[in-house]
Ligand binder design. Structure first.
Ligand SMILES: [Zn+2]
Length: 314
């Protein structure tokens, strides 16, 4: 059965091509339906006035509350590789991502004495306070940054921000050097578009740069074709892979089973929350559920179908 949400928007592959009025409030708190292998990967952009694709800080807080109340638990790309081992039995996985690296995603307020304070209304501020108040929600989100501007806006504070993210369970992702869509950029230019950001990152986070292997494709799309996938998956920078997972914006739910192939790994679906409300997301039926509680360590894991085969690199 094709889920309602997916069928409603699958035909619209261009981000922004589908329109659903996003309410500023999100009050849904009914239990999430479970049963299949789908899970939501949410894509946010700015966290400011709520105009365009951005949402307000209030809306982001409401979305987190609705997810928490519905039984979701935060996961990151690394958790997908690990078969979602850490997701509690009574929870369903959700991944939260932010694109572009706007300052309102991570803003530090510089005080008179020169010290800096986390802006409680930026995305990191909202996430930190919510996760601190609700430790059983898990923690972590992915920040896909491009370098067409100073990521997160405050050049002198970038090293502090990037290291705080990595120290606190967040993930830094790649959004290319100049926010180039791979649909329009010639394939010969892909490698520099994807490796130049890593060279820049290394100056701020050192060896931790080798963990930056998730990419969200600017414009939300990736050209179809096995030759493109081979090109992306064969890129390496000083022996480390450049791309291990890639994320679209196509308004569909992600599926763990589709991640087993290289095409699926490079085309993980996301829902643009500038266009979607949480209520509409919850209309979907078939989120990943949990199996029966394990009585022994030798029992099968609750997310058996979700265990991923390791990436093959020949
Ligand atoms: Zn973008």
């Amino acid at each position: 059965m094709i889920p309602v949400l997916v069928s409603a928007v699958l035909s619209a592959v261009e981000p922004g091509a589908y329109t659903v009025a996003p309410p500023d409030t999100s009050t849904a708190c009914s239990p999430a339906p479970v049963g299949q292998s789908c899970f939501p990967v949410l894509c946010y952009h700015g966290v400011d006035s709520g105009r365009g694709l951005s949402v307000t800080p209030y809306r982001l807080r409401c979305d987190l509350q609705a997810l928490y109340d519905a039984g979701f638990f935060l996961v990151t790309p690394e958790d997908l590789e690990n078969g979602l081992l850490q997701v509690p039995l009574d929870r369903s996985p959700v991944m939260i991502t932010f694109d572009d690296g706007w300052q309102d995603q991570y803003n530090l307020e510089v005080q008179g004495d020169g010290s800096s304070r986390l802006d409680p209304d930026c995305a990191v501020g909202v996430l930190e306070s919510f996760c601190e108040a609700n430790p059983d929600f898990g923690r972590g989100a992915v920040f896909f940054i491009s370098w067409d501007k100073t990521p997160f806006g405050q050049a002198g504070l970038l090293a502090e921000k990037l290291n705080f993210l990595l120290d606190n369970g967040y993930v830094i992702g790649n959004h290319t050097l100049r926010h180039s869509s791979l649909v329009s950029l010639p394939p010969e230019g892909w490698e520099s578009a994807l490796t130049a950001p890593l060279d820049k990152l290394r100056g701020f986070i050192g060896l931790r740069t080798s963990g930056v292997t998730s990419v969200s494709w600017p414009g939300g799309r990736l050209p179809e074709g096995g030759e493109y996938e081979e090109r992306l998956l064969s890129m390496d920078l000083e022996g480390a892979p450049v791309v291990e997972m890639g994320f679209l914006v196509d308004g569909a739910l992600a599926s763990l089973s589709s991640l087993e192939g290289q095409s699926g790994r490079l085309r993980i679906s996301r829902v643009d929350m500038g266009l979607y409300s949480m209520q509409r997301l919850f209309q979907h039926r078939g989120f990943i559920g949990r199996g029966a509680a394990r009585t022994s360590l030798h029992d099968p894991l609750p997310y058996l179908p979700c265990a991923l085969s390791p990436l093959r690199r020949d």
